[in-house]
Design a protein around this ligand. Structure first.
Ligand code: FAD
Length: 163
C-alpha cells in the first residue's frame, strides 16, 4: 500500500482519503502543511511553491458553497419539472462525489434527514442555508441569518458597495 507510514503521526485536522493517501481536499490547509513538513523532513526532494495550488478543505468548501448558494439564488421561482430534477440530481450527487469524503458523508446524512426543497428559489435558498448552518454549527461557527441569503448571494448590500 502506498499510504502513510504508521510511524508518521497525523496532526489534528489531517485526514487520509479512502485510498489511504493524504487527502488535501479533506484536510485543513495548516494540518496538511504541517504533515508535509514532517513527512518530507530529511527527504532530498526539492519542492517548488506554486501560486495555483490544489484546494484544501476550506478553499474547496468556500468555492462549493459559493456555487451552491448562487445556483439557488438564480434558480427559478417556478422551476420546470426538468429544472427540479436537475437540481435534485446535483444535490444527490454531492454525497457520492464531493472530494472531502467525511464532509460528503455527513452531508449525505443531512440530505436524507431533510429532503431537498426544489419547489422554487426561496425554498431552495433556505434549504441550502440550513444545511450550511448545520456545518457551521458542527465547526463551532455562528449561524448565518437565512433571511440575508438574497443579500449575500444575489442582490448585494443596500449600500451599493457590491454594485
Ligand atoms: C457540502 C459541504 C459539506 C462540508 N462539510 C464539512 C465538514 O464536515 N467539515 C469541515 O471541516 N468542513 C466542511 N465543509 C467546508 C466548510 O463548510 C467551510 O466551507 C470551510 O470551513 C470554510 O469556511 P469559511 O468560514 O471560510 O466560510 P464558509 O462556511 O465556506 O462560507 C462562505 C461564505 O458563505 C456565507 N455563509 C455562511 N454560512 C451560510 C449559510 N448558512 N447560508 C448562506 N451563506 C452562508 C458567508 O458569507 C461565508 O463567508 C463543507 C463544505 C460543503 C460545501
Amino acid at each position: 500500500m502506498g499510504g502513510t507510514p504508521e510511524s508518521t503521526k497525523l496532526p489534528p485536522g489531517m485526514v487520509m482519503g479512502p485510498d489511504g493517501k493524504p487527502c488535501k481536499a479533506c484536510s485543513s490547509g495548516a494540518a496538511f502543511r504541517t504533515w508535509g513538513k514532517t513527512a518530507l523532513a530529511g527527504a532530498t526532494a526539492v519542492t517548488k511553491k506554486s501560486q495555483q495550488c490544489p484546494p484544501d478543505k476550506d478553499q474547496l468548501g468556500r468555492a462549493t458553497w459559493t456555487f451552491l448558494h448562487t445556483a439557488a439564488a438564480y434558480y427559478p421561482a417556478q422551476p420546470t419539472p426538468a429544472q427540479r430534477s436537475h437540481m435534485l440530481a446535483l444535490i444527490h450527487a454531492l454525497p457520492a462525489l464531493y472530494p472531502c469524503n467525511h464532509c460528503a458523508e455527513d452531508f449525505g446524512e443531512s440530505v436524507a434527514q431533510h429532503p431537498p426543497d426544489v419547489s422554487g428559489r426561496a425554498g431552495l435558498s433556505r434549504w441550502f442555508c440550513e444545511r450550511h448552518n448545520e456545518v457551521n454549527e458542527k465547526l463551532g461557527k455562528a449561524p448565518f441569518d437565512c433571511a440575508k441569503t438574497d443579500e449575500r448571494w444575489k442582490d448585494g448590500p443596500q449600500d451599493g458597495s457590491c454594485d
